[in-house]
Design a protein around this ligand. Structure first.
Ligand SMILES: *Cc1c(COP(=O)(O)O)cnc(C)c1O
Length: 471
């Protein structure tokens, strides 16, 4: 493609994106297509000769777009959000335009130094302890894997990288912890049977005394406890583990403390939410995802460590072909994680923080929390619905319960309700199971979600329940 064709389509695509974001409510939130439908409309063979951009773009609109789930739709109440924003999209365009591969300082000093700066901004924006060093990872899953590897290295005096694990190390996390903990435990060589899933209380937060008891039992049995993970905002119900109590155990027992705040970390932008970070000084590592609730399009995960030396010592490589004279004076982020090649993600974070300002980002979080409390009030006031967990952030866990069914029938009724709600095309909610109860999760965190959308969602939910009850 010549550069003038690129220019023409570049303008056209920006217009298309602007229209898409403006008109997004016209789309059904979820794609109505069946498995295999997209693939069946695409040719099996790659084209031997160049195709005109007009035809490629037309296929994008006609074949690809109908198979898209519209994460930026204001009726997106599923999982957790994956917000973009105009500022973030513009920066991502520049990143693609530069085509930078930011593996070491020399391969783009601005990428390394901007990453250093915006992570320091983020540290201060959240109120994390001074001295924590930050880097950008693709996802929280990768950051957690890095934490588990660093914990493994520290627990073995940095020997397991050399000699492999000599005796089992144990990891502790809440029974409500994200599946990425289990995945990381497997990949990092701990072995899944050495992950202890600790009981939670009535609000689904970890019970510190249960960690203490499990650690003592493991030591008595000849195991070596190495790491404990505290979750601030669990994926099922956004429960908050008591960080200070967990941190005191970790520090007393010499365990690495990793904090998974993938979703809820963004809430700490607001001073009124900062109590979740009480005890953060005990953390060895901390992750949160600007790509969830902080308007920075996927992927962008902020990973902080108390001792960057331990991280770098776990991951450092020094092949001859990557050595430069600047090495003693700079941060080479290839040594801060798993990848060698790295995207220039700091740029979109810098754009977002500047384009919204910290106050602008806080206002968004506050509005979502207000809407979540509003929705929670409707659930509590409705005789045939019930709240199933506290609402500290933007997630409301609830179910339909008209009092006429046993637990098994209630679970089936709520599963049927969820299907009917999502078939509306106006909203998309997902579910979890809390204490054996099939639970609907209503997440309010999309950038474009306003009060009218939350009212629509509540209408859709109640009328779907009415239809099932009347059938
Ligand atoms: C979303 C989430 C993750 C995983 O995030 P990725 O960035 O997709 O890996 C991990 N932990 C919690 C608590 C989450 O909510």
């Amino acid at each position: 493609m010549d550069i003038e064709t690129f220019r023409r389509y570049g303008h056209e695509f920006v217009d298309w994106i602007a229209d898409y974001l403006r008109d997004i409510e016209r789309f059904p939130v979820l794609s109505p297509l069946k498995p295999g439908e997209v693939r069946s409309r695409l040719p099996e063979d790659p084209p031997e000769t160049a195709e005109p951009m007009d035809r490629i773009f037309a296929d994008f609109r006609e074949i690809i777009l109908p198979g898209i789930a519209h994460w930026q739709h204001p009726g997106w109440h599923a999982y957790f959000p994956a917000n973009n924003s105009p500022a973030s999209i513009l920066a991502e365009m520049l990143t693609a335009g530069l085509g930078t591969q930011a593996m070491i300082w020399r391969t783009s000093p601005a990428a390394a130094e901007l990453e250093d700066l915006v992570l320091e901004w983020l540290r201060r924006m959240l109120g994390l302890p001074a001295g924590f060093g930050g880097t950008i990872q693709d996802t929280a899953s990768t950051a957690t894997l890095c934490a588990l590897i660093s914990a493994r290295e520290r627990a073995t005096g940095f020997e397991s990288n050399e000699r492999g694990l000599r005796r089992p190390l144990v990891v502790y996390a809440s029974a409500e912890a994200h599946s990425s903990i289990e995945k990381g435990v497997k990949i990092a060589g701990y072995g899944r049977e050495n992950l202890r899933l600790i009981k939670t209380d009535a609000d689904f937060a970890i019970i510190p005394a249960e960690i203490e008891a499990a650690v003592a039992a493991d030591i008595a049995a000849g195991f070596q406890p190495a790491c404990v993970v505290a979750t601030l905002g669990t994926t099922s119900s956004s429960a908050v583990d008591p960080l200070r109590a967990v941190g005191e155990i970790a520090s007393g027992r010499g365990l690495w403390l990793h904090v998974d705040a993938a979703y809820a970390g963004t809430a700490a932008l607001c001073p009124e939410n900062r109590s979740i970070l009480d005890g953060a000084e005990f953390a060895d590592s901390f992750v949160f995802n600007p790509h969830k609730w902080m308007l920075t399009n996927f992927d962008c995960s902020a990973y902080f460590v108390k001792d960057p030396g331990a991280l770098v010592r776990s991951f450092e490589i020094r092949p001859e072909y990557l050595k430069t004279g600047a090495d003693p004076f700079v941060k080479n982020y290839r040594d801060w994680g798993i990848q060698l090649g790295r995207r220039f993600r700091a740029l979109k974070l810098w754009f977002v923080i500047r384009a919204y300002g910290v106050e602008g980002l806080r206002a968004l979080v506050r509005e979502h929390q207000r809407l979540a409390r509003l929705f929670k009030g409707w659930v509590e006031a409705a005789p045939d619905f019930e709240l199933l967990a506290p609402v500290p952030f933007g997630l409301v866990c609830f179910r339909w319960n008209d009092g006429r069914r046993n637990e098994e029938a209630l679970n089936a009724a709520n599963a049927a309700l969820l299907e009917r709600i999502n078939a509306s095309g106006k909203v998309f909610l997902t579910h979890t199971v809390l204490g054996g109860k099939f639970t609907l999760r209503m997440v309010i965190g999309q950038r474009t979600t306003e009060e009218r959308h939350v009212r629509t969602a509540w209408d859709v939910i109640r009328s779907a329940a009415g239809e099932i009850a009347g059938a």
